[in-house]
Ligand binder design. Structure first.
Ligand code: PXP
Length: 240
């Protein structure tokens, strides 16, 4: 059964809409944890469009469950991760123009840089995961880099229209899981997962962690963070 990490970036997005101090993602993290989240995920982007340095500092000090920090392979942000020492770093591609993380990390194309980053994180005792499309070359490159895990990008599945496409992308996730496990990697999944589309993914065995953000924060606006997290946790634990 997979565990739920709640991505609270969009709590900070609401705060930044007014450049004020509420809602505080640190308070949100506490609510997620009280509701049974296994981990808290935030993305410290280079442009600090939502989560900022103060947030990651306070989250590091207050989150008692797993703290998963998403970062691009940018020298300044890598240094921050090294100093902060979250439980886990998830390496993601990052571009300024995107609304959210688009595509997966090109692990095969930047193996040297990836290996160096993994080495630096491991020296600080930080687990490393790479956010990738479920493609063999990136899975193998992740394993070669010495990283611990892959997060399979579920976006192609969540965007798929029509049964044939949905089945195709679920199969790609299963194949990706098999290849990753054969390479000795732990397998996570995330992106675009919602209360409506989580079931088939939650039924895929050996996906250890789900990182889910937008859908949970959206529901939390209407029902409260604790109920939103509890409802998603239930769907992951007892998929239809
Ligand atoms: N996993 C990764 C690596 C991400 O970058 C994101 C988005 O920040 C998510 C999961 C969560 O995606 P969503 O907000 O669509 O649930």
């Amino acid at each position: 059964m997979g565990l739920l990490n709640v991505n609270i970036d969009h709590v900070a997005t609401i705060r930044q809409a007014r450049r004020t101090d509420e809602p505080d993602p640190v308070w949100a993290a506490m609510q997620c944890e009280l509701a049974g989240a296994n981990g808290i995920t935030v993305h410290l982007r280079k442009d600090r469009r939502h989560i900022n340095d103060r947030d990651v500092r306070l989250l590091k000090d207050t989150v008692a469950c797993k703290f998963n920090l998403e970062i691009g392979m940018d020298p300044e942000v890598i240094k921050i991760a090294e100093t902060l020492c979250p439980d886990q770093v998830t390496l993601v591609p990052e571009s300024r123009a995107e609304l959210t993380t688009e595509g997966g990390l090109d692990c095969a194309g930047q193996l040297e840089r990836l290996t160096e980053t993994v080495k630096r994180m491991h020296q600080k005792g930080i687990l490393v995961s790479t956010f990738i499309l479920p493609q063999e070359q990136h899975i193998l490159a992740t394993a070669e880099s010495g990283a611990d895990a892959v997060e399979l990008h579920t976006g192609q599945y969540t965007n798929a229209a029509g049964d044939a496409h949905i089945v195709k992308h679920l199969n790609a996730l299963r194949d990706g899981r098999d290849a990753a496990m054969a390479a000795g990697l732990i397998v996570h999944a995330g992106h675009g997962l919602t209360y409506r589309n989580i079931h088939p993914v939650a039924r895929i065995e050996h996906l250890c962690e789900f990182n889910i953000g937008h859908s949970i924060v959206s529901r939390a606006v209407l029902v409260g963070m604790r109920r939103a997290v509890e409802q998603m946790n239930k769907l992951i634990r007892q998929p239809l």
